[in-house]
Design a protein around this ligand. Structure first.
Ligand SMILES: [Zn+2]
Length: 489
């Protein structure tokens, strides 16, 4: 059929319709011109021309990941089901490393290996909290990482409450000595998760301050944004020579209940049992795998997340999702062909209890050049922003990343900063990096609780994460060469 004839037919049909409804001769002429343009454009409408600034290969890889990635789900589903919780330095984390090596080899990655390191191991024991007076009732508590043990008999003491870490800091020692300290706060939910720095202070600094002032023990309102009866654990360390004391987090409903009880104005007595144990030195390790680049002399792109998790949930959003996203993106590049630069996957060990994996990698490889460091450790909700710190000379590369990500609903933030947990110290040393920020609005509802399970991951948002990561890798790869056998003649 002749395309031009079709156009004429379309034009006449459209023109007749317009003639009957046009209000004035001038607007009729305008409408006729518009109709001609529309009719002329219609046969081409099925062809969408990509922006000349985005490499069509990059766009195709991005769109295919968004449409159909199954690698990330397969990894996080497998790890959380077949290993489950994997507290740093424990036998469970060891099983996770074995699982990881098997999985990465089965996916076809090269140079799969474990770099082991030693670390102090802390484990949770039986734990409970109970108000003995004036209104006897149980409360839900979880020990914070590195908490001292109360022993099986627990400790009993009067509660002295502070509404912030600053109030505790300002309190005279006599007010705190021999008491169980309670520190309250309110952590609002926000998209970028920045409240964690500010509102995490009671957990991170509270135990040291309380110990220095002679407290018997400390309980804090969980660092979280939910109202479920799940306490949020997390690590803290006793610094400045402070003697370890028992330290726990009350679930948010329990913390609010305790505030109401305190407001009644009578002395409040709590019995706290936290049978935590220090097991001494144990072993953890980083699991590493690679997509070898065509030019091995070029610095690799490091993509990672952390393999360990807290012990109550199954570590789905923190950080099964992260390691899954990183490896899925690398797999998609590998399946497309050979990148110019090597892509190095690092599944860090022992992040939660003190960044031991990141620090071990830094000690071994931190002086070697890296093209970029990228880590996913903020759940699996939709990525909304990309930041990078690639240096002035690589501004075009950073801008190309931003342009290629824009169709995924991702805005470009800073070109002068990037962050990440395990990679944080190396970024601080000056290594270049990219940071893809997930929406953190609901992250701290679940973070470090028994509710961190697979069902909290939305497969569609997980695919958007993989699409974004695949895009960044495709731009940074230096070009992906299809294997000769697959090239069309
Ligand atoms: Zn994490």
């Amino acid at each position: 059929m002749d395309a031009n004839r079709d156009l004429m037919v379309d034009f006449r049909r459209t023109a007749v319709t317009i003639f009957h409804c046009a209000a004035s001769p001038l607007s009729m002429v305008r409408s006729l011109i518009a109709a001609v343009l529309l009719a002329t454009a219609s046969p081409l409408a099925s062809q969408v021309h990509p922006s000349p600034q985005v490499d069509p290969k990059v766009a195709a890889l991005r769109d295919a990941a968004l449409e159909g990635d199954e690698h990330a789900w397969d990894i996080v589903e497998g790890l959380t089901t077949e290993v489950g919780p994997r507290l740093a330095g424990t036998e469970a984390e060891g099983r996770a490393r074995e699982w990881a090596v098997r999985k990465l080899k089965a996916m076809g990655f090269a140079n799969v290996r474990v770099e082991p390191f030693d670390m102090p191991v802390w484990v949770r024991g039986h734990e409970s909290a109970e108000i003995l007076a004036p209104f006897p009732q149980p409360m839900v508590v979880a020990a914070l990482g590195n908490s001292a043990s109360t022993g099986p008999g627990g400790v009993t003491g009067e509660i002295v409450a502070f509404d912030s870490i600053d109030a505790l800091r300002a309190a005279p020692n006599a007010m705190v000595r021999g008491k169980i300290i309670f520190v309250d706060h309110r952590m609002p939910a926000n998209q970028d998760g920045s409240g964690y720095g500010q509102f995490g202070a009671p957990r991170r600094q509270g135990p040291t301050l309380a110990s220095q002032k002679g407290a018997l023990a400390i309980v804090v309102r969980s660092i979280g944004t939910d109202h479920h009866r799940n306490p949020h654990t997390g690590v803290m360390t006793f610094s400045d020579g402070a003697k370890p004391i028992p330290a726990g987090a009350l679930s948010i409903p329990d913390a609010e209940q305790l505030v109401r009880i305190l407001k009644r104005g009578q002395p409040v007595t709590m019995k706290l049992v936290l049978e935590s144990r220090n097991l001494g030195t144990g072993q953890s390790g980083n699991v590493i795998a690679e997509v070898p680049g065509r030019d091995p002399s070029l610095p690799p792109i490091l993509v990672g997340g952390h393999l360990d998790s807290w012990d109550q949930g199954t570590g789905a959003i923190d950080d099964g999702a992260g390691i899954a996203i990183a490896a899925a993106a690398a797999k998609r590049i590998m399946d497309a062909g050979r990148p110019l630069r090597t892509i190095r996957i690092v599944w860090f060990g022992a992040e939660e209890v003190g960044l031991f994996g990141g620090l071990d990698y830094r000690a071994r490889h931190g002086k070697e050049p890296h093209h970029a460091l990228i880590e996913s450790d903020f759940g699996a909700d939709k990525i909304w922003k990309v930041d990078s710190k690639l240096g002035e000379a690589r501004k075009a590369e950073a801008e190309a990343i931003g342009k290629a990500l824009a169709p995924l609903g991702i805005v470009t933030g800073s070109l002068a900063e990037a962050d990440g947990s395990d990679i944080g110290p190396m970024l601080g040393d000056g290594l270049p990096g990219v940071a893809l920020s997930q929406d953190g609005t609901r992250y701290f509802d679940i973070h470090h609780t028994p509710d961190d399970t697979l069902d909290k991951i939305d497969p569609a948002q997980l695919r958007q994460n993989v699409a974004a990561w695949t895009t960044v890798l495709a731009v940074m790869s230096g070009g992906i060469e299809e294997p000769k056998s697959r090239k069309r003649r």
